[in-house]
Write a protein that binds this ligand. Structure first.
Ligand SMILES: Cc1cc2nc3c(=O)[nH]c(=O)nc-3n(C[C@H](O)[C@H](O)[C@H](O)COP(=O)(O)O)c2cc1C
Length: 163
């Protein structure tokens, strides 16, 4: 069994940026979640669709993942914030994994209103041990511009190297 792997969903690249920084520092395998039905439309339409999906706890069907979660002791799972919680593709993933004996390291990117995303991720992973939950703030207007200080991010990533 491998030690740890990184799994993330990212619509606009912020969460991917963090996932790739973890990958670069740790060398852990990385895989991106993707939905069978792509999200399309204007920003406003996608935001409304996200709200509707989050409100009814919708779990979109995912494409096959590039790695097997059962092969890893720890999964570092990243999500954007959608309406104060995790994005619905991440809910799909977390509820597919058998968490007995596994550790979840949840991280969440947001634009100022993280809500209860990290708590909801932990709750979705019954029986998982949860370590080092982390919220990372990005600029609300400029994608890719992190507001959390880089040193703070690096300290968090340093802890993950020891997993
Ligand atoms: C459907 C939708 C809902 C969102 N809801 C929130 C929210 O509740 N709080 C927040 O801070 N940001 C919210 N955002 C902004 C994203 O969480 C933020 O930009 C995130 O870093 C994007 O990650 P990504 O680039 O990996 O997709 C929302 C974005 C979308 C598309």
């Amino acid at each position: 069994m491998g030690k740890a792997a990184i799994v993330y969903y990212s619509m606009d690249g912020n969460t991917r940026q963090i996932a790739e920084a973890i990958q670069a520092a740790t060398g852990f395998p990385i895989a991106r979640l993707d939905t069978v039905v792509p999200y399309t439309g204007t920003d406003q339409e996608i935001i409304a669709q996200g709200q509707e999906e989050v409100n009814r706890g919708f779990r979109p069907e995912l494409k096959p993942l590039d790695l097997r979660p059962e092969d890893y002791e720890t999964l570092i799972v990243g999500t954007p914030t959608w309406w104060y919680t995790m994005a619905s593709p991440v809910l799909s993933f977390l509820t597919q994994v058998r968490w007995e004996g596994k550790t979840l390291v949840p991280f969440q990117t947001h634009a100022g209103w993280p809500g209860h995303g990290l708590e909801d991720m932990a709750r979705a992973c019954r029986n998982a041990r949860v370590l080092y939950p982390k919220a990372i703030r990005f600029n609300a207007r400029q994608f890719g511009k992190m507001e959390t200080p880089r040193a703070e991010l690096e300290r968090w990533i340093d802890q993950l190297k020891a997993l």
